[in-house]
Design a protein around this ligand. Structure first.
Ligand code: NCD
Length: 319
């Protein structure tokens, strides 16, 4: 469908929020505008609203998380919802069975929105097919998607640069294991940004030339004149073997230090979804640089999650 990029939507036209793949510019703008208002309101004393009054949000995390879970928790509470946090320890039971059992159990508790993080790609979508009358939000599934992270990155960029379209964004590091990279590539393309991915060939997926980004294995070249440098964490927990010779060597070739940063535009933003491995993918002084927006990303995380919860709650069945 050929949608007018400037079209103004009145509602978000999806029941669940599972992926950035297939989101249109008007849908993204709808959520970013809602989040932008929430971000401004969050800076005042009147942070609370009642749009989710009487609604129940369950945060179901099968993987440890600090900022994502905390921000969904705060987002739900700021909108007046009852929020329950569940951290499910990983189990040796077959994944499919565990998930479907969990879905049946949760259904019985009549939640309105379930926010799910799971270590397997596709697990959140599977769960969304099993629940009745409730919306499901993907808070990260394996190395697949992390759509609210891409939205909060987009909001951070839009607030700092005034736009997203036409900017060149370099996503650097462990692309292979990164759901953040996949979601960002989808979203930034939908918003007409130019995306580059920069990684050693061992940390690039085999289909990297079809992801919708220019591929670089030389960071010095890849950072040339970019507007935004987005660093990724080396995802050791998803590696079954050695993908990089050593952290020191990785830092030498692919860590963001002042010399490599100097290749980017003089006003380039420095981003990282966190948690950061200082001295591995990013020099500590670069992480704390005046152009680093890592803290703004965390702040926008709450606003974006408020926007997603609010948008989905408007589509819940009324009876
Ligand atoms: C990311 C994640 O969990 O995918 N972090 C986050 O959501 N704040 C990236 C990461 O873990 O490196």
């Amino acid at each position: 469908m050929n949608q007018d990029a400037d079209a103004q939507l009145k509602t978000f036209p999806h029941r669940h929020f599972l992926s950035c793949d297939g989101l249109t510019a008007p849908e993204i703008n709808f959520l970013l505008d809602l989040a932008d208002e929430a971000a401004d309101r969050n800076r005042t004393v009147d942070k609370k609203r009642d749009v989710l009054d009487g609604k129940t949000v369950i945060n179901l995390f099968f993987e440890a998380s600090t900022r994502t879970q905390a921000s969904f928790d705060l987002a739900g509470k700021r909108l007046g919802a009852d929020v329950m946090n569940m951290l499910v320890a990983s189990s040796s039971v077959q994944k499919g069975e565990t998930l479907i059992d969990t879905a049946v159990t949760l259904n019985a508790m009549r939640p309105d929105i379930i926010v799910v993080r799971h270590h397997s790609a596709g697990a959140v979508e599977l769960l969304s097919q099993k629940v009745v009358d409730c919306a499901v939000v993907n808070a990260g599934d394996g190395a697949h998607q992390h759509p609210t992270q891409a939205l909060l990155d987009a909001l951070t960029i839009r607030r700092a640069k005034g736009r997203i379209d036409g900017l060149t964004v370099a996503i650097c590091g462990d692309i292979l294991h990164s759901r953040v990279a996949r979601s960002n590539i989808n979203l930034l393309n939908a918003m007409s940004a130019r995306v580059r991915i920069i990684a050693p060939s061992t940390l690039l997926p085999s289909n990297s030339d079809r992801l919708g980004a220019e591929v670089y294995t030389d960071m010095w070249k890849g950072l040339e004149d970019v507007d935004v440098v987005m660093m990724l964490r080396l995802q050791h927990e998803r590696m079954d073997g050695a993908y990089v010779p050593s952290s020191r060597e990785f830092f030498h070739f692919f860590g963001l230090d002042h010399e490599k940063l100097a290749r980017a535009k003089p006003d380039a933003l420095i981003m990282h979804p966190g948690p950061m491995n200082r001295g591995v993918e990013i020099a500590s002084t670069v992480a704390d640089h005046s152009r680093s927006v890592v803290r703004e990303q965390v702040e926008m995380g709450v606003a974006v999650r408020m926007a997603v919860l609010e948008a989905l709650s408007a589509n819940l069945p009324q009876t």
